[in-house]
Design a protein around this ligand. Structure first.
Ligand SMILES: Cc1ncc(COP(=O)(O)O)c(C=O)c1O
Length: 407
């Protein structure tokens, strides 16, 4: 006799008291991204979701096989909060191309999202201010807000955060830390040029405010040029926590990233990481380490970037003619995102339902602003679909924009 399925009560569910920081947050823009991405018949540009066809499945399979065959007992056991030695070595080797790094300066995280949470746990007191680019990565704002921080946006231009605005905001708000994504930024795709990086570093050093530098996209360059992190500028290594992730380069499913820091904060980061999740998956850490040792990640990233570049070109060409006069669109030199500001009188959130009806989804830009949102903005990820699909879907988006004249 097969047991019958347990009844899940749907009427009058027990209402747990919810912490104020999560009150009213039954949904989140991040969850909505995945819902939009899953809609049948809709071409979604909403998520920053790598094309699974481009995963290096054979190399990753070989790495898992090798780890389970040769290190199986260790791989299935608890590990250390700092991260497995082999992975920290590999991370330090990659970082040392720009910034001399020892394995002891690496803390492994389950993706850089957890890294942001660990940093918030370690550094933030309730009511502390965190300065961020306006707009910025929305889940970083969530991680900081969940720790009681006040997140304040600083003005940006096509070169990233404006140094004078940053200095002024530091003077007014006395932030605990500044959070920046200098290369192929999420959501705008913009990159901060070297001279601007130096100006920002000068501001941070003059005002003695630490930097949280998030760099998950830097290797995905379309021009072959790469940018050293701000952490690599003189005097910045010791005052920066630099976050990297394997999500966009190898696989978001393995949930492996790391942070680089210097000095006593490394101990605090390890304690915070232990409190949150003890350690990241040992199997996955050892597998990523093995993959980095024997597979050619640079060659893989170069192949993926070439495909993404063609998709960026397709989206840039398709979107230019369908945007209203006065609209602004970025031209990313790498990464995953293109950012369009339709201009005053447009509301990308209101337009989304019609866009979805027309078979195309994007992410309304308002959610990427910590404050003073520009509701005319939208983020479009160009990496998930082939050029022909992008062209057709952007054509449909153009019809939706034309049907929503400026108010
Ligand atoms: C700027 C930025 N930081 C961090 C993350 C988190 O990525 P993961 O946790 O997969 O490493 C993302 C993901 O989209 C991102 O865009």
């Amino acid at each position: 006799m097969t047991p019958s399925a347990p009844q899940v009560p749907t009427q009058h569910p027990y209402r747990f008291p919810v912490a104020a920081r999560y009150a009213g947050m039954e949904s989140s823009p991040l969850k909505d991204i995945f819902a939009l991405a899953a809609l049948d018949g809709v071409v979604s540009f909403a998520g920053g979701i790598p094309d699974p066809e481009l995963f290096a499945l054979e190399d990753v399979t070989a790495a898992y096989d090798w780890v389970l065959t040769h290190q199986g007992h260790r791989a299935l056991q608890y590990g250390v909060s700092e991260g497995e030695a082999e992975l920290r070595e590999q991370a330090a080797r990659r970082l040392s191309r720009d910034l001399p790094t020892d394995a002891s300066q690496i803390r492994v995280t389950s993706g850089s999202q957890e890294g942001l949470f660990v940093v918030a746990q370690a550094l933030l007191e309730p009511a502390d201010v965190v300065l961020v680019e306006s707009p910025t990565y929305l889940a970083a704002v969530q991680a900081f807000s969940a720790h009681g921080a006040r997140v304040i946006g600083v003005d940006t231009d096509d070169d990233g955060v404006i140094p004078e605005a940053l200095e002024q905001a530091i003077r007014v708000h006395h932030p605990r830390m500044v959070y920046l994504i200098p290369t192929f930024q999420n959501p705008t795709g913009r990159t901060m040029p070297v001279a601007r990086r130096q100006m920002v570093a000068d501001v941070l050093q003059r005002s003695d405010v630490p930097l949280i530098e998030d760099d998950p996209y830097g290797a995905l360059s379309f021009s072959g040029s790469t940018w050293a992190p701000i952490a690599a500028l003189p005097g910045m290594g010791a005052r920066t926590i630099l976050l990297n992730s394997m999500s966009k380069l190898m696989s978001p499913g393995v949930r492996i990233g790391w942070m680089r820091a210097e000095g006593p904060i490394l101990d605090t980061l390890a304690v915070a990481k232990a409190a949150i999740s003890m350690q990241s998956s040992v199997v996955d850490q050892l597998t990523v380490a093995r993959y980095l040792e024997v597979a050619d990640l640079d060659a893989h990233v170069a192949r993926v970037s070439a495909v993404y570049r063609a998709r960026r070109d397709a989206m840039a060409a398709a979107i230019a003619p369908v945007l209203p006069e006065g609209a602004h669109v970025t031209h990313p030199e790498g990464g995953m995102f293109l950012w369009a500001a339709l201009g005053e009188g447009y509301d990308a959130q209101t337009m989304l339902a019609d866009a979805v009806d027309a078979g195309v989804a994007y992410l309304p830009g308002w959610s990427f602003f910590a404050d003073h949102a520009d509701r005319s903005t939208m983020r479009l990820s160009f990496v998930t679909h082939a050029p022909a699909v992008i062209e057709t879907a952007i054509g449909r988006l153009g019809e939706v924009i034309a049907a929503h004249p400026r108010r």
